[in-house]
Design a protein around this ligand. Structure first.
Ligand code: ADP
Length: 208
């Protein structure tokens, strides 16, 4: 629910002077108490303020915290939570790519072509499948087993973490490369967003 300017002003006054009576709030705003009565009623009924008998109005911190968390979840941009992407070249062998996974403790690695443009994604299960199929991990390049463009689901710095999380869920994948478009349909990787990025954000918000 959007608040009116008068209701926002009331919240500011309460935040700076709590606990404060309705008469004192009205006095500071230059209104009569009856003018702001309906505003105070809306603010207490929607949980923004608590009215303590014989003491006055105080901010309902529980509501503010919930509001803060909702706001952060809806508005935090991918660019501010992305982590470093682990990339290999399309001609690198499965063996070298698996080593990269261990070195960087990554679940998924991204594959780039000779111009550093995104061309594929390889997940842990892709590697397991190739090993079950007896692929020679020293000679087979990652390009043989990767999921490839244009079917790679991506995100950008400007997208919200909520939009990225929806893509992760709807495509049943663990992570997205964060990309910048350099040429038409040619993307460079600037980071990655994974289920862990979303979980980290939740933990950070609960600490705040
Ligand atoms: P895992 O297979 O280890 O459970 P994922 O669920 O992320 O990991 O991957 C499932 C499949 O989706 C794999 O074949 C992988 O190559 C592919 N994949 C992973 N991430 C993406 C992405 N961002 N876009 C398109 N395909 C992807």
């Amino acid at each position: 629910m959007n608040l009116t300017n008068r209701q926002n002003k009331i919240i500011d006054i309460v935040r700076g002077h709590q606990p404060i009576t309705g008469s004192k709030i009205a006095e500071q705003m230059g209104y009569s108490k009856s003018t702001i009565r309906s505003d105070l009623s809306i603010l207490t009924h929607t949980g923004r303020l608590s009215a303590k008998p014989k003491v006055g109005y105080v901010i309902n911190t529980g509501f503010e915290n919930t509001f803060y968390i909702d706001h952060q979840i809806l508005h935090t941009k991918v660019g501010s939570v992305k982590s470093q992407a682990v990339c290999v070249k399309e001609n690198d062998s499965l063996h070298d790519a698996i080593i990269e996974i261990f070195l960087h403790d990554a679940g998924t690695i991204f594959v780039v072509d000779e111009n550093e443009y995104l061309c594929g994604v390889v997940s842990r299960k892709d590697f397991l499948k190739s090993i079950l199929g007896n692929a020679d991990i020293h000679s087979v390049p990652v390009s043989v087993i990767m999921s490839r463009m244009p079917n790679i689901v991506t995100t950008t710095d400007e997208e919200t973490i909520m939009e990225a999380a929806k893509k992760i869920i709807s495509h049943k994948i663990d992570s997205l490369p964060v990309v910048e478009e350099f040429d038409t349909f040619r993307y460079r990787i600037t980071g990655r967003v994974s289920k862990t990025s979303v979980a980290n954000l939740f933990v950070k918000l609960s600490k705040n």
